[in-house]
Design a protein around this ligand. Structure first.
Ligand SMILES: Nc1ncnc2c1ncn2[C@@H]1O[C@H](COP(=O)(O)OP(=O)(O)O)[C@@H](O)[C@H]1O
Ligand SMILES: [Mg+2]
Length: 326
């Protein structure tokens, strides 16, 4: 596992932070939680949903956004990535083509260009994000990024293109992106996993690939949905004592119901925590310098604002110094 570089500035003091990991681990939830924290702290924050499923909007109880950012809360903006719109914007800004003139031909040629040349889709995503950093309309851009497979090719795309095409104009066009993307004081990646074998393996593999195949700073690893310690050892002994069939029978009679269900629930909670422990330890022991945060599995928090607020509180409590230093 790589030992990533400088953590001398806070994660949320940077300009561009990608949140990635295997599907379902909580990328969108962590992105929304960080967005809320940053906005509350007074940072003008843009969240970009790359896969445009609208999950961040749902988590923040607002309408999904299009390519044009919408302000969903004070200091918090949301946009959905769209590579065709990104290309349109690029042509308008850099080649100064009038929008009307390019509408027809662009629609026809977009698929051809985007699918014919390797790395075009990726560079359009990264290019738009870097453009927003350069425009400096926001203090922070949080990217609810694609899952494991795609993110490496996106992060590596400027490097790949500049190696592929050494021509002046193309090289100049990607050089400024590399300056933003590969500067550890500006850009960082957070990898999210859950405490189970496949997500942890994928997170470790992804961290390795980010290190080897890109020059992007790996800022942190998050283990989300960690079963909290619901009771202490003495309470565990208490539950074990209750499992004695004679005791259970008496208790069931007292409450006029089978207390076996409750006891099985307590055993399941303990078992889940025990099973997860080795994976959490493996990730925590994987690097001396990349910080790891644990976020508990939130019971009954639903999948909207309450969950996002609870996640934010957990992250802030665990990571205060890592999030803000500036
Ligand atoms: N710490 C947590 N505790 C409980 N539920 C969570 C937690 N983190 C995320 N979830 C839930 O898990 C599901 C997947 O989360 P999501 O952020 O959409 O994952 P991803 O973006 O990685 O696919 C969602 O229903 C979300 O509400
Ligand atoms: Mg998601």
């Amino acid at each position: 596992m790589p030992n990533s570089g400088s953590n001398s500035i806070g994660l949320l003091d940077r300009s561009l932070v990608f949140i990635t990991g295997k599907g379902g681990v909580g990328k969108s939830s962590v992105t929304a939680a960080l967005g809320l924290l940053a906005a509350k702290a007074g940072k003008r924050t843009l969240i970009c949903e790359v896969d445009a499923k609208g999950d961040v909007a749902r988590l923040l109880d607002c309408e999904p956004s299009g390519f044009e950012p919408t302000e969903i809360r004070e200091n918090l903006f949301l946009m959905a990535m769209n590579t065709e719109e990104a290309l349109r914007e690029y042509l308008r800004i850099y080649l100064r083509l009038p929008v009307v003139a390019m509408l027809g031909p662009l629609a026809k040629t977009f698929d051809f260009v985007a699918n014919a040349a390797p790395g075009v889709q990726e560079i359009l995503v990264v290019g738009k994000l870097c453009y927003e950093v350069r425009e400096a309309k926001y203090d922070l851009i949080l990217v609810d990024a694609t899952s494991t497979g795609h993110i490496v090719s996106q992060l590596a795309s400027p490097k790949g293109i500049s190696e592929l095409v050494r021509l002046g104009m193309v090289k100049d066009q990607v050089a400024w992106m590399e300056d933003i993307l590969y500067d550890s004081l500006q850009t960082s990646v957070i990898v999210v996993a859950t405490p189970a074998e496949t997500p942890i393996n994928e997170a470790l593999e992804l961290a390795e690939r980010i290190d080897l195949e890109t020059e992007v700073h790996l800022g942190a690893l998050v283990v989300n949905k960690v079963m909290p310690e619901l009771f202490s050892r003495s309470e565990e002994e208490f539950f074990t004592a209750l499992k004695d069939p004679k005791v259970a029978k008496v208790l069931s009679r007292v409450v006029s119901s089978d207390i076996g269900l409750l006891l099985r629930g307590s055993s399941a909670a303990l078992e889940m925590r025990r099973c997860a422990a080795p994976y959490v330890e493996r990730l925590m022991g994987s690097s001396d310098t990349v910080p790891v945060a644990l976020i508990p599995l939130m019971f009954g928090a639903g999948s909207g604002m309450k969950l996002v607020r609870d996640l934010g509180e957990a992250l802030a409590a665990e990571w205060d110094e890592l999030l803000w230093q500036g």
